[in-house]
Ligand binder design. Structure first.
Ligand code: AMP
Ligand code: MG
Length: 521
């Protein structure tokens, strides 16, 4: 990893002059230098070989002690000057002030194949931004971040990546459900990778402090490195930058809706400036299709970050970003126009995405109505989202409505409840659907193939991650590897893995970790 040296972030942006690792407000600086904490007894549990290859890291190196020491913070290679970033954020709708990398430490940048990647350790110890917390991460949340970020990548969802998952050998005290039951858990570190880990909150913090000079420096840096095709200077360039951030954010959220991913904590400090899914905390996957569902128990009351609200929250967060960059633009109109476009673009992109999921490739003006009706009927009886959309491709143009219902019946959690009005509603919907399919020029087989490209067969269901965590806690890491491998090909038929193409088992319905997660990680 001797290509870990091309540091632009620390070279081009203002640093915190204080070098002690004390918790503080850091002003007029984008980052603070900080050294990762030494770990007691690090152990590598899994490496993502594809990610390593993307970074140009040799396979042989992955099994060395040096690699283990680097990705657990025990060794800082020459040329690497680790640092934590300063950012703020709106949490659950309220301005929270300075947050920052409280437990993420950047090792530096790697350039390979003309691509630049930032390498970061999550759970590597305290930083000036740790506030009241310990800077550490536990095994359960690290397994979840590791598996999910790679699974999302293979699903085609824009995301940060993961390179390795390790145990630290240290114990970490956590109150998992914030109910006074503290317990020691195994400490872990995920090394994660992204073209940039900058978040909306990195910009908000300077604006909130009216430090427009540093704000401008950071925005200019961002455009130069991550939006280099924006060549206009000044106001015009900044408007274009905001427009592209809005578009990328929307694209990411449409993908989330497509695969049934619920982020769980869409605070502005968890929204990437590159439209990448970032910070895998109490996220979850829709099982029963339910637009009101959120896995995050911390958000149980208001369900601000529920599945169906993610597109709105994306827009709300973009408003905060617009306010932050406004001082560089001093013209509200173009920013408002971009925010308005978000809504319009959302409507059309959502329609296209859902149309592809149900196999509509021709256009019909009544499609939006038919898809709305589908969302309603899906919620009349608990229906597994992943199973439903995958099975829907088995329906043939020639089927009767009742045969079509039979073909997707496996998706119902209580098929016996499918009677009377509920059954009639489903048959009525399929009657309309089959009529609509008739105008499609693709054959059943062609349509099926195209539908399979957007409807994954395998996703990281919450209980699957929990099974891997429970085993890992006992020292058996085989399921981490099994799921990692399974989720590399989420759209393919994998006959040996049919057991993962199944509804969530009943035992997992209300189990902590499977349907209930908190921010404690
Ligand atoms: P989150 O919403 O979980 O992404 O985190 C919000 C803020 O809390 C960020 O500034 C994190 O760096 C910080 N944070 C979360 N967990 C810890 C921890 N265990 N130690 C220090 N900071 C943390
Ligand atoms: Mg975060």
């Amino acid at each position: 990893m001797n290509n870990l040296l091309e540091d632009t972030f620390t070279k081009e942006l203002p640093q915190d002059p204080i070098l002690e690792n004390t918790r503080r407000q850091v002003e007029k600086a984008c980052y603070s230098f900080v050294i990762p904490k030494k770990t007691a007894n690090p152990k590598l549990l899994h490496v993502a070989p594809e990610m390593a290859a993307t970074l140009g890291i040799n396979n042989d190196f992955l099994t060395t002690k040096e690699f283990l020491e680097i990705v657990t913070g025990n060794k800082v290679v020459d040329n690497s000057k680790p640092y934590a970033m300063c950012y703020g954020g709106h949490q659950f709708g309220n301005w929270a002030g300075q947050l920052g990398d409280g437990r993420a430490i950047n090792l530096g940048e790697i350039v390979h194949d003309k691509k630049r990647w930032f390498l970061q350790l999550k759970g590597a110890g305290e930083t000036p931004y740790s506030r009241t917390a310990d800077g550490l991460a536990v095994l359960r949340s690290s397994v979840r971040e590791y598996l999910c970020s790679e699974a999302m990548f293979y699903l085609g969802v824009p995301t940060t990546r993961a390179l390795s998952l390790s145990l630290t050998g240290d114990n970490v005290l956590r109150d998992m459900l914030y109910n006074g039951n503290q317990a020691f858990e195994k400490g872990a570190i995920v090394s994660r990778v992204a073209p940039s880990f900058l978040r909306f909150g990195n910009y908000e913090i300077f604006s909130s402090r009216q430090d427009y000079k540093t704000l401008k420096t950071l925005v200019d840096y961002t455009i130069k490195h991550f939006y280099p095709h924006i060549t206009e200077n000044g106001k015009v360039g900044y408007i274009q930058f905001f427009k592209e951030v809005a578009e990328r954010t929307l694209t990411m959220i449409i993908h989330w809706q497509r695969v049934g991913f619920v982020h769980g904590v869409m605070n502005t400090d968890n929204l990437s400036i590159l439209g990448l899914t970032i910070d895998y905390g109490p996220y979850g996957w829709l099982e029963g299709y339910d637009t009101d569902w959120t896995p995050n128990t911390t958000d149980r009351q208001h369900k601000r970050y529920r599945y169906g609200n993610q597109p709105n929250i994306g827009l709300w967060n973009l408003y905060q970003l617009a306010n932050s960059v406004y001082p560089l633009i001093e013209d509200a109109e173009p920013l408002e126009a971009i925010l308005e476009d978000y809504n319009n673009n959302y409507a059309s992109q959502y329609l296209d995405m859902m149309s592809a999921k149900v196999g509509f490739f021709a256009k019909d003006e009544k499609d939006a109505q038919l898809l709305e009706a589908l969302e309603a009927v899906l919620q009349t009886i608990e229906t597994d989202m992943t199973l439903f959309f995958r099975l829907l491709s088995d329906v043939s143009k020639k089927d009767s409505a009742s045969l079509a219902v039979t073909k997707i019946k496996e998706a119902f959690y209580s098929p016996e409840a499918l009677k009377e009005n509920i059954l009639t509603n489903w048959e009525n919907w399929f009657t309309r659907y089959l009529k609509r399919l008739a105008i499609e020029s693709f054959s059943d087989a062609e349509r099926k193939e195209k539908m399979h490209l957007v409807n994954p067969k395998y996703v990281l269901r919450n209980y699957m991650a929990q099974l891997a965590i429970d085993k890992a806690d006992e020292g058996d890491y085989s399921l981490i590897d099994e799921l990692y491998t399974l989720l590399k090909n989420p759209y393919d038929e994998q006959p040996d893995n049919e057991k993962w193409f199944a509804k969530r088992p009943e035992w997992a319905r209300n189990k902590v970790g499977c349907s209930m997660l908190s921010c404690s990680s």
